[in-house]
Ligand binder design. Structure first.
Ligand code: PEP
Ligand code: MN
Length: 338
């Protein structure tokens, strides 16, 4: 971090700012005195410094950040790519992970039928929402605890580990007991109480990008969980809000390249929520693997036209099998495998 002092800042003011920062511990302040301007170069752990607070000093002109504010999620301090174990499968590394299943668990029959089909096609993790974050309070809210039990039953039948969304910190004990990976949805990416609580578990967390979150904000949310002690995080790009209305969201594939450079955490793409259209899932799945994603999350439903949630973006099991065959080829081309 670099602090640019105001033109004409007195020696007393410069020393005051430098001493205040040194007193925080773990930081060395290197002043460079110019004829017009003085700048202070800060070396060390600046994560506890609030740039906005420093800018409130009348003798400070501006603050320039040279390192990212996230540390544990930062590739600079962890050059190797991280791998996260979910049940007996691993997310990250050379093998791609594919999480597939319906948006919501609707019945025992529905989830077991879809679970068997996606397993057969090569999915590595079963997804299904039991607690649904819906825009309208009148829409289907999920089967809740019953839905969790149905997912567990589908895991027993297929052997696939399960991932499902947690909405409230009050349910975390039940989720710790029952699920293999806890999903934090886009709408809760900055629910900091929830993130802090998830720092205390050792369950893997699938952290979806908030619909209006910058890449830095997303990585700072991962940092919240990691700062609490849980480093088992998988990131998921699920599209962001832009001015475009043709698609439900805009699929930000450049975020995959950015996250791979900035962080060591595995990152997957959800082309279902990222487009909102079933016929765009296959091309975007291909593109995601081609740009270096560690896997995919895809909504699969046995009867999309009657799905209780997200039918328009859900593909049928036979289309899912086609996507799997297709991305196998792309994976080979980019040195990955399924
Ligand atoms: C989901 O995975 O069904 C979901 C609600 O996703 P998101 O949080 O990305 O909207
Ligand atoms: Mn959905």
């Amino acid at each position: 971090m670099i602090i640019v002092m105001k033109q004409g800042a007195t020696r007393q003011e410069i020393d005051y700012v430098a001493d205040m920062i040194t007193a925080k511990g773990g930081i060395t302040v290197n002043p460079m005195y110019g004829s017009d301007l003085t700048i202070l170069g800060l070396i060390g752990d600046t994560s506890r410094i609030d740039p906005a607070q420093l800018e409130s000093f009348r003798c400070v002109e501006r603050i320039m950040k040279v390192a990212e504010p996230f540390k544990k999620a930062n590739r600079m301090f962890h050059p190797g790519a991280s791998e996260v174990k979910v049940g007996d499968t691993v997310v990250g590394g050379t093998k791609l992970s594919v999480m597939a299943g319906p948006c919501s668990v609707e019945s025992n029959e529905q989830i077991t039928e879809v679970a068997r089909a996606v397993k057969e096609a090569g999915a590595t993790i079963l997804r299904g929402g039991a607690f649904k974050p819906r825009t309208s309070p009148y829409s289907f809210q999920g089967l809740e605890y019953q839905g969790l039990d149905m997912l567990c039953h589908a895991r027993e039948l297929t052997g696939l580990p399960i991932v499902t969304e947690l909405m409230s910190p009050y349910d975390i004990d039940k989720f710790e007991d029952k699920v293999d990976c806890i999903q934090v949805g886009a709408r809760n990416m900055q629910n900091f109480d929830l993130l802090k609580r998830l720092g205390k578990t050792r369950k893997p967390i699938l952290l979806k990008r908030g619909m209006s979150a910058t890449i830095e904000e997303w990585l700072m949310s991962a940092e919240y969980i990691m700062a609490g002690g849980n480093e088992n995080i998988i990131l998921c790009e699920r599209g962001i809000r832009t001015f475009e209305t043709y698609t439900r969201n805009t699929t930000d594939l450049s975020a995959i390249c950015a996250v791979k450079k900035l962080s060591h955490l595995p990152v997957i793409v959800d082309p279902s929520h990222a487009t909102g259209k079933y016929w765009m899932v296959q091309p975007l799945a291909r593109a995601a693997i081609a740009v270096g994603a560690d896997g995919l999350m895809i909504e699969v439903h046995n009867d999309p036209a009657h799905a209780l949630c997200d039918g328009a973006q859900s593909i049928k099991p036979d289309a899912f099998a086609e996507v799997m065959a297709d991305i196998r080829n792309i994976a080979r081309a980019v040195g990955r495998e399924i």
